[in-house]
Design a protein around this ligand. Structure first.
Ligand SMILES: [Zn+2]
Length: 402
């Protein structure tokens, strides 16, 4: 390990623990409200999509860059602390505990509400959102609690030294603040779909996901939704949610740390209710295998055109449809040929975008015309599946027109 001097190092603070010769942490971080900076995370879920002002440093949280030695030491301490502390925590706490997740907590709450419905009870809940919870952890209180739990003064002094001397500065446009000491906060997202899987409101999210798959595959709005997900190689949202719910159910049954472990649902009273414990079966295989099985079954049972789609290379598997290596424009054209949905002249005339509905070959250009056109390279629907050279030639012929 080489110790760079402050002059040699691009970031003088970065190597300071090595200079001091002890495992004290002196992480540095820069708050710079410029999008795409590797040391920053915008507070909003989607950058630029939230209501927050992007020019305000308040709307960014810092990501500390910690030295490797510090990280190793931290892991070592954590390994020894966790078994001791885990037994003393309340069973309702999910944060910072292995085997716990937001999904588990949400299920705990929704199951509690469902049980209430069945027992003719009304459930009230108070949700408290602590603003900037991570950034306002008081070091003194945290170390005192650690001392209460472990009774180990030496350990507490080690932890205290790890939290000491944290510094930061803020850079906004070309202005930079002085270095400030960080006295509070910790050096530092979850998927709620298992609870959503039985909600009627998820369709609103699904609409946005369908649009995303249209962008990926280049398919037009009239394309059947099942084809969108098969071409994009992403299992449909309701199947992904079910897969995660089944995995959570397995954890609920087998892991004693799960908040719902051993939970027995009350007798079923209302037919309209579909609680997690009563409706979800535990996962039997891997998550991916479960998703694929459900997806394939659904295609066989629900879709009358499934066989025709399979012949054209639209398969319910979690991989992009073949031909994606041909470039997006050709792949898009190929996908539109596969689903037989595109901007044909017959439809454009119906929608008054054009007055002509005839193709250059003289026939009416309807949805089914692409593979039959006398002017274009011919190919069969089966050619589209692989795709064969004739299918690629056909896709390339039409790629700028459809
Ligand atoms: Zn034609």
């Amino acid at each position: 390990m080489t110790v760079l001097s402050s002059e040699q190092s691009e970031y003088p603070e970065y190597n300071s623990p090595l200079h001091y010769g002890k495992y004290s942490s002196h992480p540095w971080f820069i708050l710079r409200p410029v999008s795409g900076h590797p040391g920053l995370k915008p507070n909003s879920l989607l950058e630029g999509c939230g209501p927050e002002d992007p020019s305000s440093p308040k709307n960014y949280r810092p990501i500390s860059l910690l030295c490797i030695t510090y990280k190793l030491y931290e892991r070592l301490l954590l390994q020894r602390l966790m078994p001791l502390i885990d037994t003393k925590l309340t069973k309702d706490q999910a944060g910072f505990r292995p085997g716990r997740s937001c999904a588990g907590q949400l299920l705990n709450l929704t199951q509690h509400i469902e049980d209430g419905f069945e027992g003719k009870q009304i459930t009230g809940a108070a949700f408290i959102d602590l603003s900037a919870a991570y950034d306002t952890v008081q070091h003194r209180t945290m170390v005192r609690k650690l001392l209460d739990m472990t009774g180990d003064l030496n350990l507490c002094q080690v932890i205290k030294s790890l939290l000491n001397n944290r510094r930061f500065y803020v850079q906004l446009n070309d202005q930079r603040s002085k270095w400030k000491a960080q006295k509070n906060g910790l050096p530092q997202a979850e998927y709620a779909c298992s609870s959503w899987s039985r909600s009627r409101h998820t369709k609103l999210v699904d609409t946005a996901l369908n649009d995303t798959c249209r962008i990926i595959t280049g398919c037009v709005k009239t394309t059947p939704v099942p084809c969108l997900y098969a071409l994009a190689g992403i299992s449909p949202p309701h199947i992904r949610r079910l897969g995660i719910a089944q995995d959570e159910r397995k954890t609920q049954e087998t892991d004693i740390r799960h908040p719902l472990h051993g939970h027995v649902a009350p007798p079923h009273r209302l037919r309209s209710r579909a609680s997690f414990v009563q409706t979800v079966l535990p996962l039997q295989t891997t998550k991916q295998a479960a998703r694929t099985n459900i997806w394939e079954d659904e295609w066989q049972i629900n879709y009358t055109r499934a066989l025709e789609w399979l012949d054209r290379g639209i398969t319910p598997t979690e991989s992009l449809a073949s031909g994606h290596d041909l470039g997006w424009t050709t792949w898009k054209s190929l996908n539109r040929l596969r689903v037989e949905q595109w901007r044909c002249k017959a439809l454009m005339k119906v929608w008054s975008y054009t007055t002509e509905d005839t193709c250059s070959c003289g026939s009416v250009q309807a949805m089914s015309h692409l593979l039959e056109c006398a002017d274009a390279p011919r190919c069969s629907p089966e050619d589209l599946a692989e795709p064969t050279p004739s299918a690629v030639a056909c896709a390339r012929y039409w790629q700028n027109d459809i």
